[in-house]
Ligand binder design. Sequence first.
Ligand code: NDP
Length: 500
Amino acid sequence: MSTHFTHEFDTPAYKGKVSFPTGLFIDGKFVDGSDKTTIDVINPTNGKVITKIAEATAKDVDIAVEAAQRAFDTTWGLNASGATRSRLMTKLWEFMERDQKILAALEALDNGKTFQWALDVDIAFSTDTIRYYSGWADKIHGQVMETDDKKLTYSRHEPIGVVGQIIPWNFPLLMWTWKIGPALATGNTVVLKPSEFTPLTAIYMCSLIQEAGFPPGVVNIVTGYGHTVGNAISSHMKIEKVAFTGSTLVGRKIMENAAKSNLKNVTLELGGKSPNIIFNDADLEQAVNWSLHGIFWNHGQACCAGSRIFVQSGIYDKFLAKFTEKTKGLKVGDPFATDSYQGPQVSQQQYDRIMSYIDSGKEEGATVHVGGERVGNEGYFIQPTIFTNTEPHMKIVQEEIFGPVGVVIKFEDEDDVVHQANDTMYGLASAVFSQDINKALTVAHRLRAGTAWVNCANTLNASVPFGGYKQSGIGRELGEYALHNYTSVKAVHVNLGIKM
Ligand code: NDP
């Protein structure tokens, strides 16, 4: 089955032929899965099979871990200097930049996001993430501690070893780079499982890993299911760290597996139900535009989506009128059409899940103010949807929908909105809109969330930490903070003459 995927794109947004090897990527080679079984990759615009990819099993995870361990002990880890790691990572992001349109086209085909967004945001940010961490690779160092004149005491930031990484389907390449960037920069070797819904860019990247000249076994990609491959990674005795992005439900399983196996170090980036708070004194036009981006970016399939929009009573009616008008103007359609804003949701499963939340909102008595219906009769397209007249206990107010569905809620004063905003098990992100900077910052600081945007939403940068409070996760990705997830600190005490 280790074969080639070939696809001819002849679309308004992109024309070109793509052909690359597929298979599991283990020890620098494309190989079949041990059971020779395959997984269908589905096109979300029509539900048809794009291609079949190799299915990994727990046995393949073992083989990948062995390869990663060999590489760690010989060609990588403490055997590759920071400069060597940096040079290879630099080649990788340069190849990503060269192939940006291919990567964007694969992302649009596989995930359903529009080609232009994939190109301008996903691929640009992914390339930037590898570029950012290539710069760190030769700047990983500890500290010298003053303890005693007759002692030299210092710390080393050493790589952990073989790390396991499990990523979701909403930002397939971006999550690949958020995980792999800091892991490689600090000298770890990797066994990564992409989501089986969106494996194509992860597989394409393996060719670039080969072309850049990374030693075999440094990066291993095992495409397979969560209950088999994800489970094997999180409970593997030789994987000393696991990083996961996905649902809070599965995040719990990852932690449980880590605890029951070798107590591996765990970082989790989980769900969210982020508040987006608009005060009477906000710039209305800007608040509307950012709120649209906050909830509808990536079809609402973003852990940091601003899905609870709180608007102060003085501008509630004006905001809702403008927000409604602009929501109705968002074009849902083919990801490769140049005028589409929103493509399909990623899968039948997610489509069903989102529609069941819309049904629950109606059943619980909320008002569908805009949208709420399927678009077309094939694929997984859903209208951008706004609910009003909600109550705090409703499922659509409390739970992560992970689709183009937001609730707009009226509030009176600052204390009230801070209380409502924090009244959820999540704490990933938040946004505040006000032209009074004192008020905006006071509220930003009172919100229990790992990110607070002021007069903007969903803006991220490779150098800025991202992660959650409460049940939105453990640890931080991106920036210098992510490097700590991938290093073990060793203290070295050198006796320069203390006698016993
Ligand atoms: P999951 O959390 O189930 O999947 C995320 C990843 O974890 C996938 O690669 C999945 O593989 C894997 N996985 C599943 N079960 C296990 C397991 N037992 N051990 C290890 N890995 C496992 O998310 P879903 O795709 O099912 O989406 C459901 C909901 O999760 C969404 O509606 C959204 O609310 C949330 N979500 C949040 C994301 C975020 O960015 N924080 C991203 C994606 C989803 P497989 O696909 O084979 O099950």
